[in-house]
Ligand binder design. Structure first.
Ligand code: C5P
Length: 404
């Protein structure tokens, strides 16, 4: 999550009856940590699963449960609360509440708030698989989508009732990601983005290999930012210890050759290629098929290296290349090497990391190299920077004027 990425956003978090109410405690924490203000409103049934006191403590605001609440001077909680909101999120959204929404019913505070709203509405369904699959529920969900309501999830898997199937509420982190994504401008709507991220691992024998210090954080942050900007994202990742960004298609590889092959298979369908991976320049010619042992005469092993394919240069050389963006980490003289590298790889945009000391850190500072010159972006956390870079890339697309 970027620092304060939901700062200035005010959300109504509407809770309806379901065991998934326990997930909303964590969701509230994630939303407030990201800078959003959260006004919780609960149905009577929701208060059976988690108390308003807990939700008040986590959101830092009194919780509303009744349309007859005397704390609202004009007694119009449904109007007053919804007018302040940037969005209403119903989580968990029960079968009954989806049905009420689909029919425009307004018989308690939360349903009345939804009908009276003039802001977007997002629902996060949570129910037993049979209830989810019930034709009436499916009809209601189709109606909600047709009415412009965002339906987030549901997930599939083990359910509180012991059954397994569709209907589980998205986990709090996934719900958070979907909400954060909702608020991002869709500057890459309709675009397909292919990225590489992380290090590669070049084996020496079955247990050893050569790799580098790339954490993959910048590439994963860019994949997340591109997805949030509305793109379909395919992320080819080397060995990293990172979760896949929400909504991103991930393909794991180990070696530079595998990364090259995965990229070459996928690239024809893509408009943008961003090579963030720290690809090993060399691999050993002959990988030993057994663990290399120390010998009695203490002879040192020797390896012959061969060059790996340059994935970025190969993509840029295609007859109809996507818009190609490279990354470069230099140990010195970035201003000189950055532009030289951009020209050598024939890419329109190369992003230079200011120093390999950013490896593994959450912050980064970069310079953009392009034919027109170099531009420095301010130091920021990798998610904020990723968003800024996606905006810079979107502006430079050949038919950028088509983007609304
Ligand atoms: O040559 P250098 O590794 O510094 O170039 C960095 C850029 O080239 C990055 O975008 C990186 O992902 C890409 N690259 C590549 N294949 C290689 C080496 C680098 O795609 N074999």
């Amino acid at each position: 999550m970027a620092t304060a990425e939901l700062a200035g956003k005010h959300l109504i978090l509407g809770m309806t009856g379901g065991i998934a109410c326990y997930k909303i405690a964590e969701l509230t924490r994630l939303l407030t940590k990201a800078g959003a203000t959260v006004q919780v409103a609960m149905t009577e049934a929701a208060t059976q699963f988690i108390t308003p006191v807990t939700m008040q403590a986590l959101s830092g605001r009194p919780v509303y449960t009744s349309q007859w609440d005397t704390r609202i001077p004009n007694n119009m909680a449904h109007i007053d609360l919804s007018r302040e909101a940037d969005a209403i999120v119903i989580a968990p959204a029960s079968t009954d509440f989806l049905a009420k929404l689909a029919h425009g019913m307004a018989d308690d505070l939360l349903s009345t708030l939804c009908v009276a709203r003039d802001c977007p509405l997002l629902v996060v369904p949570a129910m037993n698989r049979q209830m989810w699959m019930n034709p009436a529920t499916q009809r209601n969900v189709a109606q909600l989508r047709a009415d412009g309501i965002e339906v987030l999830g549901p997930d599939s898997g083990a359910q509180a009732c012991g059954e397994v199937g569709d209907g589980r509420m998205l986990e709090p982190e996934a719900t958070y990601e979907a909400i954060a994504s909702f608020f991002q401008p869709k500057i890459l709507a309709g675009r397909r983005v292919l990225l590489t991220a992380g290090p590669t691992f070049e084996p020496l024998d079955p247990v050893r290999g050569i790799t580098n210090r790339s954490s993959g954080k910048m590439g994963f942050a860019l994949a997340r930012a591109a997805q949030q900007a509305g793109a379909a994202v395919h992320l080819v990742a080397g060995p990293v210890a990172l979760d896949t960004p929400w909504g991103v298609f991930r393909e794991d590889v180990q070696t530079a050759q595998q990364m090259h092959d995965a990229v070459m298979r996928a690239v024809p369908d893509h408009d943008i290629f961003i090579g963030v991976a720290a690809v090993a320049d060399w691999r050993v010619d002959q990988v030993s098929d057994h663990k290399i042992k120390k010998t009695a005469d203490k002879a040192l092993p020797t390896f012959t290296f061969v060059e790996n394919p340059d994935i970025l240069a190969a993509v840029a050389k295609l007859p109809h290349p996507p818009f190609c963006v490279g990354f470069a980490a230099e140990s010195g003289d970035l201003e000189v090497h950055g532009e030289e590298k951009r020209v050598r790889k024939s890419v329109p945009l190369l992003i230079g990391n200011l120093g390999p000391q950013t490896f593994g850190l959450d912050d980064n500072e970069v310079i953009l190299f392009e034919a027109e010159g170099a531009t420095r972006l301010p130091r920021a956390d990798k998610h904020t920077l990723a968003r800024a870079l996606i905006a810079e890339i979107a502006k430079r697309l050949p038919d950028a004027s088509l983007i609304s």
